[in-house]
Design a protein around this ligand. Structure first.
Ligand code: AMP
Length: 210
């Protein structure tokens, strides 16, 4: 089972992808998470990616594609995986195709820019394990503390309003054309964002026909 999760930054791709991954026992692969853990560990890859991420720009395709292909050739990916935040450009999608990698479904979470701007201001992530919360929609049991590992909850630097605007612009210009790319291949399943995480999950499972 190989699935791609498309959608604007803050659409809820990560939250939904993790749920699907747990339900079907397949790995959740987020290139954003891989970049962030590399930045934290101070690797060469992290150094290359950091300035782009901090500005809300995309990390260059040549860096991202190599990293992704390495990841999906690991042993835990043999029965499938769900991609979150990748591909993000036509060049990345074309590189996957060229490598002979095919997908079963491409989910696109549809949500307005206004809702994204409101939502991102409340997002908090765990500094230690990366778990994601929202001050109103998905609050932790104790303010500022991760339910899962007790780590400190912080606002991602690239969730600042000016950076979110830049990321939305990049999304419309670079990533949205992927909807046509996958529609032409008969794989695109658009899903409207719903008022709650659970309702959006149900809509996604319905679209997947599972
Ligand atoms: P995300 O956690 O998916 O919102 O990603 C955070 C940031 O990491 C993005 O704004 C980009 O700077 C970078 N990034 C993540 N995935 C990709 C990708 N597939 N291609 C290029 N840059 C990416």
């Amino acid at each position: 089972m190989k699935i791609i999760m498309l959608g604007a930054p803050g659409a809820g791709k990560g939250t939904q992808a993790k749920k699907i991954a747990a339900k079907y026992g397949i790995p959740h692969i987020s290139t954003g998470d891989i970049f962030r853990s590399n930045i934290k560990a101070g690797t060469e890859l992290g150094k290359k990616a950091k300035s782009f991420i901090d500005q809300g720009l995309l990390v260059p395709d040549e860096v991202t594609i190599g990293m992704l292909l390495d990841r999906i050739h690991e042993a835990d990916c043999k029965n499938g995986y769900i991609l979150d935040g990748v591909p993000r450009t036509i060049a990345q999608a074309a590189a996957l195709e060229k490598a002979g990698i095919t997908f079963d479904d491409v989910i696109s979470i549809e949500i307005s820019d206004e809702t994204i701007m409101e939502r991102m201001s409340g997002r908090r992530v765990c500094e230690s394990c990366g778990a994601s919360y929202h001050m109103v929609a998905v609050p932790p049991k104790q303010e500022g503390v991760c339910d899962k590992c007790g780590g400190k909850l912080v606002q991602r630097k690239d969730d600042a309003p000016e950076t979110v605007k830049a990321r939305l612009e990049v999304y419309h210009k670079e990533t949205e054309p992927l909807k046509d790319f996958y529609a032409q291949r008969g794989l695109l399943k658009p899903v409207e964002n719903q008022p709650s995480v659970e309702e959006t999950s149900r809509a996604i499972l319905h679209a997947l026909g599972r």
